[in-house]
Write a protein that binds this ligand. Structure first.
Ligand code: PLP
Length: 408
């Protein structure tokens, strides 16, 4: 098991107080906190070898290039990809998915084709496909959810047909916590000739992910949800697909030869990385990966499952709230959305903040799902490596007090 007391000492922000109470940070699905090693990696870069990469012959530039590419290799290893050239550095999951939609999607999805997705997607894995479908005359199809917030796969053979060109789905829901059977679905989609994009924004920070084993074609995730700085994300694309994809952005660094009227493209992955990249934050992501690997991703998952199980038990005793998502812990991550008919989620969030407890309230960028749940919004607590049972107890007590306050 994780030594959480030890881990907490690595996160300076956790010693903060809010309204005089120790911070209980339970908004990890939105973004995680950062350990000293990640913060220090940024300071080191700016203090010791800040320089532009790839085009310098001086020492600083070569050092920065080495550290930048070394961090890419850490990402490659971390997600089980085979080659560094399969990983394109972007700002976040959202940009990664837009890149796929507007490059591969634009050229491979045409009138009459279908994009299959689910009713539990974050807007990042829905709106880019809506736009592409509108541009190219394709249509969106949806896998429905069952009562537990799991995908209803009973009619999957009717949904994935020869018209399906892409299955775009989340690995783990940011609202329900549901972990989807993405490997099995990838195999079904491939049988019908469809490509598969997995939104890994909520999975990569919390469990071991192996894109080679999943056999997906595209995989996207964000650094900031996994201890790294904001502004750095990763798109993995199978090399054979990436070779044939047109660049997304054009300009410096992504070219090989440029003439007055035309240009040729750089090698992969730089063909997709126009302009000066986010050097410092990729190095920070490398430091975050070092940190997570030092804990072990299986231990991270084990810790979060235990904490989620404990929290679900405590929530069950509250009686007056409805908790969404699968009951089976092996099928859910450390995200718990809940709702009370008597207290608006924003009131709940505000009352909890007064106790130093940070949760998220709203539609969590998943409006179609919120509608399916027949609520206007939910409150969401989400856990990470530094959260404790004691914090869950504080959360439960604060929810109880809020429910009682509004019942008066
Ligand atoms: C499942 C899921 N997909 C995509 C995103 C978008 O991530 P980003 O804002 O880093 O692009 C999020 C963020 O909450 C998410 O939870």
């Amino acid at each position: 098991m994780l030594d959480v007391n030890h881990i907490r000492k690595d996160f300076p922000i956790l010693s903060r107080t809010i309204y005089g109470k120790p911070l209980v940070y339970l908004d990890n699905a939105a973004t995680s906190q950062k350990p000293t090693s990640v913060i220090q990696s940024l300071v080191d870069y700016y203090e010791s070898y800040n320089s532009n990469i790839h085009r310098g012959v001086h020492t600083l530039s070569m050092e920065a290039t080495d550290r930048h590419e070394d961090a890419r290799s850490k990402c490659t290893r971390f997600i089980g990809a085979k080659e560094d050239k399969s990983l394109i550095m972007v700002r976040n999951t959202t940009e990664a998915i837009n890149l796929v939609a507007q490059t591969w999607g634009k050229h491979n999805i045409s009138a009459g084709d279908e994009i299959l997705t689910t009713h539990m997607e974050h807007h990042s894995n829905l709106v880019p496909w809506q736009k592409l479908a509108e541009q190219n005359g394709a249509s969106l199809q949806f896998i429905e959810l069952d009562e537990d917030g799991m995908l209803n796969l009973s009619n999957i053979d009717d949904l994935i047909t020869e018209r399906t060109k892409l299955l775009a789905l989340t690995h783990m829901s940011n609202v329900l916590g549901t972990i989807n059977p993405v490997k099995e679905l990838t195999a079904v989609a491939h049988k019908m000739g469809a490509k598969v994009l997995i939104d890994g924004a909520q999975s990569v920070p919390h469990m071991k992910v192996d894109v080679t084993d999943l056999d997906c074609d595209f995989f996207a995730f964000s650094g900031h949800k996994m201890l790294a700085p904001t502004g750095i994300g990763v798109l993995y694309v199978k090399p054979e697909i990436l070779e044939s994809m047109e660049p997304f952005l054009f300009g410096g660094d992504m070219v090989s030869q440029v003439w007055d009227d035309t240009a040729t493209w750089n090698d992969l992955p730089w063909k997709f990385e126009a302009g000066t990249p986010n050097i410092a934050d990729l190095i920070g992501l490398g430091a975050a990966i070092d940190y997570l690997e030092s804990l072990g991703m299986d231990q991270v998952r084990e810790h979060e499952m235990a904490l989620t199980g404990y929290a679900l038990e405590q929530f069950d005793r509250l009686n007056d709230i409805k908790v969404f998502g699968p009951k089976d812990l092996s099928k859910r991550g450390g995200v718990i959305s809940f709702h009370s008919d008597d207290v608006h989620p924003h009131d709940m969030g505000t009352m909890l903040d007064r106790e130093g407890i940070a949760i998220r309230t709203g539609h969590h960028c998943a409006m179609p799902l919120t509608r399916k749940l027949s609520v206007v919004a939910t409150a969401r607590a989400s856990f990470y490596i530094y959260n404790t049972e004691e914090e869950v107890d504080k959360l439960t007590a604060a929810i109880r007090a809020t429910l009682d306050y509004f019942a008066k």
